[in-house]
Design a binder for this molecule. Structure first.
Ligand code: AMP
Length: 455
């Protein structure tokens, strides 16, 4: 056994102690150098829990894990680091592998690590993170397979890939075409598993599970362990250990949440524009409910003089990538987006998230607000709700088991009483989702204008 394997074994044996530094996690020196280059001083909570639990033991066996985690928590490095460590360790033990020679006969890719993601954006972000972490271990190759990008270009990059990050549908297309063989996959990761189920990938996941039967480890990361996620895990994992990191209430403690009740669409627009002029705002994502609303709102904001662009799933992939790049480089200040398009966006300078069109599903609220307050910074998530949205607000509050604090802005207060919006007036509120015992008016925060308002 190599000294690294011994180190890893020691880490697993004491997996319940806390790991204040990356060095204590016993990771490969090339990864430790990369982590230091990236400026990660200490492992985040999910990294402290998941890295030792996912590392191989003295015999090389590695446990299956289900990890509840939110985006922004450092979850990507939490699974990439132990898996890249395992690959680097295996490469030390095995004979050196030569990179494909120019003009050599074309061979299908046979990755050893396969990461599945629900969206192109998340897959591209995960690949970029893997490349960053492997900057001092250039013998390992990372490839990405996502829908919407030219087939030929992806095929070229697949050659000799050790780590493959993919969306399920395009991966199966390439596998059926004989471009990828999945029988060498040792470690399978399902990132945002709940989201993959939402997007209808259950059958694709079952097919990929069957094609990677000889793998030794499966890791599943999900915002929730809802029954459908548990059911998926039961089908594809072996006695997984569950790591629950944050309850819905504990999450997003560094994100200030605010709820504004609006009388109508015009009131909502005025409030949004008021907020967009906030001096504290560096960059923002404004969420729309539909692609049509997304385009219309981006146009309207541009006409009002804001540096805003739209991003949604119906746009060509090239346009989406250029817009995301412009956001990362700070050339765009406001991104108006739909849920799917904004998944996985990781731009630390996003200070504000606006829920202009409310999410269809309460879980999406959690994903949306996680676009701000990234990498240890603080952020503000502002939700603008009309009276007809009150059921959706109740569902979000029930999921998170806490109310979103209500705020008003002087001169832009709603004409209707907040209680009327909430649907708690006489004769209202019966059957309201989430109308449980957790909500107390007294617990609601003061308005932004100072003392609690009376109407
Ligand atoms: P993720 O939850 O994987 O989307 O990561 C969110 C952000 O945190 C990314 O910008 C990472 O580069 C950053 N990050 C990950 N791990 C650490 C760490 N240990 N210290 C500081 N930042 C980190």
């Amino acid at each position: 056994m190599t000294s690294l394997a011994l180190q890893a074994a020691a880490v697993r044996a004491s997996a319940d102690t806390s790991f204040a530094t990356f060095d204590q996690l016993g990771l490969h020196p090339a990864l430790l150098r990369a982590v230091a280059d990236l400026g990660f001083a200490t492992p985040t909570a999910v990294q402290q829990a998941a890295i030792p639990a996912a590392l191989p033991d003295a015999t090389g066996a590695a446990a299956d894990l289900m990890v509840s985690s939110q985006t922004g928590s450092g979850k990507t490095a939490a699974y990439l680091l132990p898996l890249l460590h395992a690959l680097l360790q295996a490469s030390v033990d095995a004979a050196p592998r030569s990179a494909p020679r120019r003009g050599a006969r074309w061979q299908p890719a046979r990755p050893r690590v396969l990461v599945l993601c629900p969206t192109r954006e998340l897959a591209q972000q995960v690949s970029a993170d893997a490349i960053d972490l492997l900057r001092h271990a250039r013998a390992l190759r990372v490839a990405t397979v996502v829908g919407g990008l030219p087939y030929q270009q992806q095929l070229q990059r697949l050659q000799g890939a050790d780590v493959l990050v993919a969306t399920p549908g395009r991966l199966l297309d390439l596998q059926r075409g004989g471009h990828v063989e999945l029988d060498a996959v040792q470690h399978l990761v399902l990132d945002e598993a709940d989201r993959m189920l939402d997007l209808g990938f259950a059958d694709d996941l079952a097919a990929i599970h069957a094609l990677t039967q000889s793998r030794g480890q499966t890791l599943m990361f999900s915002a929730t362990f809802a029954p459908r996620v548990q059911q998926l895990a039961a089908g594809i994992m072996r006695e997984p250990r569950q790591l629950t990191l944050a309850t819905p209430q504990q999450r997003h403690q560094h994100i200030e949440q605010r709820l504004h009740w609006c009388d109508d669409a015009g009131h909502k627009r005025r409030l949004l524009q008021h907020w967009l002029r906030d001096g504290e705002l560096q960059q923002a994502i404004v969420f729309a409910s539909t692609q049509v609303e997304c385009d219309a709102l981006a146009d309207e904001l541009q006409q009002a003089g804001f540096a805003a662009v739209a991003l949604h799933g119906a746009m060509p992939q090239g346009v989406r990538q250029r817009r995301l790049q412009a956001l990362r480089e700070g050339r765009v200040q406001i991104l108006v987006a739909t849920d799917v398009a904004a998944r996985g966006i990781d731009v630390p300078t996003i200070t504000h998230v606006f829920n202009y069109g409310l999410p269809m599903k309460a879980e999406d609220y959690v994903h949306r607000i996680g676009r701000t307050g990234r990498a240890g910074r603080s952020g503000i998530a502002v939700t603008m709700a009309e009276p007809r949205d009150r059921r959706r607000i109740a569902a979000i509050e029930a999921l998170r088991r806490e109310p979103i604090p209500e705020h008003t802005i002087a001169g832009l207060e709603p004409r209707l009483r907040p209680q009327a919006h909430r649907g708690t007036g006489a004769g209202r509120g019966r059957g309201r989702p989430g109308a449980g015992g957790w909500r107390s008016e007294g617990a609601r925060r003061a308005t932004s204008t100072g003392a609690r308002r009376r109407y």
